[in-house]
Design a protein around this ligand. Structure first.
Ligand code: ZN
Length: 460
């Protein structure tokens, strides 16, 4: 069965075909590192991770590029407010982004290009647009893209160029559809930029946000590539502007497939700091939740549906995930259990769901269908375990590593060792903590450190 994705560009569920056989170029707009990414951002990044895993599951060789926006209006505002350099300001948020990514079992991209390290490519692109008559200089020395010169403008957001106000300009990186205008490619330095500027052929200034992604995507993936993703709020203006810049400069199609994930709501409302319903992954972990329970919650909704985050939903996700871990702990990893038919039915349902525009809720239902059949049968063996491992290549829930021991109680002797190891870790005596872990291992148990504390299980 072919893989189909809902393509924002065509508004159809298009059959996926890569440009090069079995290779996929994937560009995902990364974090703007003015703060820790919030759970809505992570919903998008996890959708992208599932997309990538689903492609790899099919044998595609995916080259995944995710930019880091470390210079834009927001990062400059933040660093100026704190009186520190842009790099000092963004460093902890970049680090935090990698930590959260690992906690959520999101696969690392092959490249994380930073905007501040790619300014020459952006300058070259703006110069090409000037030469082609698509960009012009304004009174303050900034450069703007002239949308009236690019007939394709509006093709991603699906509005007509006749609706546009001719000649209006917008300098800020983010704006609403009502403000459709010529947008800034290069922003001439002004006082608000403080020490953030580059001396270039275009004058003293800094790049606009949109040009960053056009320049970095083509540098790493070429002028035309397969898939570009983001959240729905990126469609306009960010992705619309990327298309205008890239296609304006090259005269070629920029991207074949545009995929966008819907919003995450909290208590059915848009997340906002003023409503007090704004959470980062760190907030979720601080409440005692396993980050993978949040991953599970995200998998439970289709990426093009709004996802309502509540603490009750997190409790339910945690309980379901725990059931899966316990189920994995009960499986016999060595001997078959004669459930090949149930396994192949589940696999077929799982694959069909994922090939149909990444229908993760239906895919999860097929996993639980198999769990139910195993429970009715009384036990599950190697073929079930192997199927679960296959599913987990896409789901990313660490089912094998986190399987809970079926052996019930952990002996007191082991619990005492775990406690002593925790003390050693607290005292930062890592030599002692490693020694105790080895002692625990020699007695047939594994201790894993999770955000919720150590987890112990019998060696499988
Ligand atoms: Zn972008």
């Amino acid at each position: 069965m072919p893989i189909r994705f809902q393509n924002t560009l065509t508004r159809e569920k298009d059959e996926f075909r890569p440009i090069e056989d079995m290779k996929v170029g994937l560009y995902t707009c990364g974090p703007t590192v003015y703060d820790f990414a919030h759970i809505g951002n992570w919903r998008t990044y996890m959708f992208e991770d599932i997309l990538r895993r689903a492609l790899e599951y099919h044998g595609f060789d995916v080259r995944h590029v995710m930019n880091i926006t470390d210079v834009d209006d927001k990062t400059i505002r933040g660093s100026t407010a704190k009186g520190i350099s842009l790099n000092e300001y963004t460093a902890p948020f970049i680090q935090g982004f990698y930590e959260d990514r690992d906690a959520l079992n999101v696969l690392p991209a092959q490249v994380y290009p930073r905007a501040t390290e790619h300014v020459p490519g952006m300058i070259a692109l703006v110069k090409t647009l000037i030469e082609k008559g698509l960009a012009y200089r304004s009174e303050d020395g900034s450069y703007y893209f002239d949308i009236s010169k690019f007939p394709g403008y509006g093709k991603l957001s699906h509005f007509r160029i006749e609706d546009l106000r001719a000649g209006a300009r917008v300098k800020s990186d983010e704006y609403e559809k009502a403000q459709v205008s010529d947008f800034a490619l290069w922003k001439a330095w002004d006082e608000a930029d403080g020490g953030v500027f580059w001396e270039t052929d275009l004058g003293k200034g800094r790049p606009g946000w949109h040009i960053e992604c056009s320049a970095m995507s083509s540098e790493y993936l070429g002028q035309t590539f397969d898939i570009h993703t983001g959240g729905v709020d990126n469609i306009f203006p960010h992705h619309e502007n990327e298309i205008a810049q890239s296609e304006g400069a090259t005269g070629r199609k920029f991207v074949n497939f545009w995929l966008h994930s819907e919003h995450l709501l909290v208590d059915n409302r848009k997340m906002s700091k003023s409503l007090g319903n704004f959470y980062t992954l760190r907030d979720v972990i601080a409440k005692g939740y396993d980050p993978l329970a949040f991953r599970y919650l995200v998998l439970g909704a289709h990426y093009r549906s709004k996802l309502n985050f509540t603490w009750m939903a997190m409790d339910a996700a945690r309980a379901s995930l725990d059931n899966l871990y316990e189920f994995m702990g009960r499986l016999d990893r060595e001997d078959p259990s004669g459930l090949d038919d149930a396994v192949s039915r589940a696999k077929q349902a799982f694959d069909e769901a994922m090939d149909d525009d990444l229908n993760t809720p239906v895919a999860l239902a097929s996993v639980f269908g198999l769990v139910k059949e195993v429970n009715v049968h009384g036990k599950g063996g190697r073929e079930v375990f192997e199927a679960m491992m296959d599913f987990d290549r896409v789901l990313g829930l660490n089912l094998a590593e986190r399987a809970k021991s079926a052996g019930g109680e952990i002996p007191q002797e082991i619990m005492d060792l775990v406690e002593r190891r925790q003390q050693a870790r607290k005292a930062k005596d890592f030599a002692a903590s490693d020694r105790i872990r080895d002692e625990i291992a020699s007695k047939g148990f594994i201790v894993e450190d999770t955000p919720e504390g150590p987890r112990v299980r019998a060696t499988a």
